[in-house]
Design a protein around this ligand. Structure first.
Ligand code: ADP
Length: 196
């Protein structure tokens, strides 16, 4: 199953994707984590992406598409993947669809976490104190939220067409409660993918 966990910065995608992927046995693939690892290792890719990420801007579609393409070719992704932080633009969604179509596949289900801006800001500023991520400053967060509305939300409309099941769920609640909602939404999407 190819699943996308979708939502604004601070919506809990990373936390939830790790839990859900362990439960359903498909790898969690997070472009943010892959890019942060490249930055930490000081690779050419990391040197290119680091300054952009710190400001809260998106790195180029071309760069993340290359990253995802390489990751999806690894053997553990043969059974499927739970994507987190990708696709983040309509161009990325189109590139993903094309790379999956070459293997006769597509995105089976997209689960979108709904969380109000006020809650997102509280969560991210709390994370800033705990983890010190360089893009969790109030300025970078404003930019990330604005970019999400302008560039990323339209991806929902892209997958509104037949073929991918779009499940919108309430992302406010305890971590366990949200994990249950996501797992149930993925199971509904999986059933539909099997049936079609
Ligand atoms: P969050 O969703 O909480 O903002 P992520 O860990 O998913 O954080 O991403 C952190 C940063 O990595 C983004 O702000 C962006 O600079 C970069 N990034 C991650 N995924 C993508 C993507 N698909 N396209 C462009 N940039 C990305």
């Amino acid at each position: 199953m190819i699943a996308v966990l979708f939502g604004p910065p601070g919506s809990g995608k990373g936390t939830q994707a790790a839990r859900v992927s362990a439960r359903i046995g498909i790898p969690h693939i997070a472009t943010g984590d892959i890019l942060r690892d490249e930055v930490a290792r000081g690779t050419a890719l990391g040197l290119e992406a680091g300054p952009i990420m710190r400001r809260g801007m998106l790195v180029s579609d071309d760069l993340v598409v290359r990253v995802i393409e390489a990751r999806l070719l690894q053997p553990d992704a043969a059974r499927g993947a739970l994507l987190d932080g990708f696709p983040r633009t309509v161009a990325q969604a189109e590139a993903l669809d094309a790379m999956l179509a070459r293997r006769g596949r597509g995105v089976d289900v997209l689960v979108a976490l709904d969380v109000p801006d006020r809650v997102l800001k509280e969560r991210v500023l709390k994370r800033a104190q705990l983890e010190g991520r360089p893009d969790d400053t109030p300025e970078a967060l404003e930019l990330r939220l604005a970019t999400y509305r302008a560039e990323t939300e339209p991806v929902l409309g892209h997958y509104g067409a037949p073929g991918t099941r779009v499940e919108r769920i309430d992302g406010v609640g305890s971590i366990d409660a949200v994990t249950e909602r996501i797992t149930a939404a993925l199971a509904r999407g999986h059933e539909q993918a099997q049936a079609s």
